[in-house]
Design a protein around this ligand. Structure first.
Ligand code: PEP
Length: 250
């Protein structure tokens, strides 16, 4: 049987500019060594991409990604970063549809699909985030919301392209709240996502990460569920000591 592959993804959000990011990276490298079956992904702010990717380039188990991109390669899109620019700065993955982008910046399901498609066209791995709000969950609409969020992405990508996609289930009510989904709840939604993919002929091997208040106290019980292929972590990834401890737990 092949070894389980886990992804530990750190989303730094709007934290750690270039000099802090460089200090973090150097410290993190000093504290950790590669662990078979684990890959570590870092999503720093765009301005810190070069610093992190330069520091981390010696580690084959580490991948650097960008938190957001525009789907066009260049043009009159003030404030945006394109995929070729992020690539040049060292990004090999892109978050698409993080709930903060959806909720605070009006990112629609269609935008998410365009970003994912554009990333794949340039050889960059999209990490497509889906998840329901508390009101949607309380209203029994979790499944419908996730199916709706996935629909344009399923429409835009050909089934073989999914071999280069990562999904993240991030319930909005769990992000930054200290209230994580239970392992049972997370596993159940991951199964639902997988079922939805299979209805569209998509491989069952697409990694699905869980995100939402993951920390070193709950990560092992979450990852004990085989439905989870890794975690996407915000707050608990912001200091190198804590993140090094979390990614090394077993
Ligand atoms: C996130 O930003 O994707 C996230 C899951 O944040 P946190 O771990 O802080 O809940």
């Amino acid at each position: 049987m092949s070894e389980r592959q886990l992804i530990y993804a750190a989303n730094w959000k709007m934290n750690l500019g270039p000099s802090d990011a460089r200090r973090y990276s150097e410290r993190f490298l000093a504290l950790t060594s590669p662990i078979p079956g684990r890959s570590l992904w870092f999503f720093p702010p765009a301005v810190s991409l070069s610093a992190v990717s330069e520091c981390m380039q010696s580690r084959a188990d580490i991948r650097v990604g960008v938190q957001n991109v525009h789907w066009e390669a260049k043009g009159a899109f003030t404030g945006e970063v394109s995929i070729p620019m992020a690539l040049e700065a060292g990004a090999r993955a892109v978050l698409a549809g993080h709930s903060e982008r959806r909720q605070l910046f009006g990112e629609t399901d269609e935008y998410v699909a365009r970003k994912a498609k554009a990333a794949l066209n340039l050889g960059v791995t999209p990490v497509v985030c889906v998840g329901e709000t508390l009101a949607e969950r309380d209203g029994g609409r979790t499944e419908a919301v996730i199916v709706r969020q996935l629909a344009p992405v399923l429409e835009a990508l050909e089934p073989p392209e999914w071999n280069r996609v990562v999904l993240a289930y991030e319930p909005v009510w769990a992000i930054g709240t200290g209230k994580n989904a239970t392992p049972d709840d997370a596993a159940q939604i991951h199964e639902l996502i997988r079922l939805e993919l299979s209805h569209h002929g998509v491989s069952s091997r697409v990694p699905i990460l869980y995100g939402g208040s993951v920390n070193s106290g709950n990560v092992l019980s979450l990852l004990a569920r085989p439905q989870l292929d890794g975690v996407l972590v915000g707050g608990a990834s912001l200091d190198p000591e804590g993140w090094a401890e979390l990614v090394g737990l077993s």
